[in-house]
Design a protein around this ligand. Structure first.
Ligand code: IMP
Ligand code: MG
Length: 178
């Protein structure tokens, strides 16, 4: 079994590149079918979704746009909750079909907050496409519209996902060895 060490942790091969690519092609087809005629704007959330976005868009054949944003974490003044604000959206999404591209939906906190921020900008509709979904970790009432791969609750790295900033470049996905 292929293993990698990142900082103090060991990871073992979990999902191979071919499987990742096949599932990305599958959801691209779903998107082409479901969003035909809507001229969607894809909004990829950096850094995690860069590989997913690049590979997905190669198989999106409907007229569409793509843009990239990142999230800034701020410590709330009156609450200890981490607030994540969208940075870098210059396009006008009013009246548009927006497709958020995420690397992973875990507890659902991030995607819920993102959707609330995008809703304030008056889009026609917001869809979520995610490379990975951990259904057992979900605590929020959000379900991604397009899911490439469902995975159990293990911590993973690779294909855009990081451990302390490292491992995003791996072409396969690895899971932590406990
Ligand atoms: P959520 O807000 O709990 O859904 O978490 C989403 C964010 O947590 C993702 O965008 C990732 O940055 C990070 N995350 C969640 N699970 C993993 C994992 O297994 N590996 C690496 N990052 C993860
Ligand atoms: Mg992330």
């Amino acid at each position: 079994m292929k293993k990698v060490t990142i900082l103090d942790k060991e990871f073992e091969l979990f999902i191979e590149s071919d499987t990742i690519q096949d599932s990305i092609k599958r959801i691209a087809k779903e998107i082409n079918h479901d969003l035909e005629g809507t001229n969607p704007i894809f909004v990829a959330i950096l850094n995690g979704s860069f590989m997913f976005a690049g590979d997905l868009m190669k198989h999106v054949t409907i007229p569409s746009e793509i843009t990239f944003v990142r999230l800034a974490s701020y410590q709330g003044v009156s609450s200890t909750k981490d607030v994540k604000e969208v940075l870098g959206l210059v396009e006008n999404i009013k009246g548009r079909t927006v497709v958020i591209l995420e690397d992973i939906v875990d507890t659902g906190h991030t995607i819920e907050r993102l959707m609330k921020q995008f809703e304030l900008l008056g889009p026609k509709e917001i869809k979520v496409a995610t490379l990975l979904f951990k259904p057992k970790a979900l605590v929020k009432d959000v379900k991604p519209d397009f899911i490439a791969l469902e995975i159990p609750n293990d911590f993973i790295v690779g294909f855009g996902l990081d451990y302390d900033g490292l491992g995003r470049n791996l072409r396969d996905i690895y899971k932590i060895i406990p």
